[in-house]
Design a protein. Structure first.
Length: 131
């Protein structure tokens, strides 16, 4: 296994553990169960309302960054599968100028939009569990 993969996984594990220790020191468990946004509540307990706003902003930026990565990478999975003939051939099209999987990106976006429009139950179900 590559050293970078082991080091990166270890670093995430350490940061996650330390963050959870901060949560446990900042809030009692009863307060954690009472709020859906534990990070914001812990930041407010430690740093006041301004700290809570900063943590909320950081979560917002992180969420959009993760969303952008997911959107860009997921369509690139459809492309080679379609090129191998295991998905629709139209998904194997690469934009001539930008060299991006345009049709696969649109398929991914429309499929996700349809799933999200079915309501909160469908949106909370992982895609691999959907019928």
């Amino acid at each position: 296994m590559p050293a970078g993969l082991i080091a990166g996984t270890g670093a995430v594990l350490v940061m996650y553990t330390l963050l959870n220790l901060v949560y446990l020191r900042a809030l009692p468990v009863s307060a954690m169960t009472a709020t859906p946004r534990v990070g914001e509540a812990a930041a407010e307990a430690l740093f006041g309302a301004g700290g809570a706003r900063l943590v909320s902003l950081a979560v917002l930026v992180s969420t959009f960054g993760c969303l952008a990565a997911t959107i860009l990478c997921a369509a690139r999975i459809y492309l080679p599968v379609a090129q191998d003939g295991l998905l629709f051939r139209s998904l194997a099209h690469v934009h001539p100028r930008h060299r991006t999987p345009r049709d696969a990106s649109w398929r991914r976006a429309s499929g996700r939009a349809c799933r999200r429009s079915r309501g909160p139950t469908a949106s909370s179900t992982p895609t691999w569990c959907s019928p």
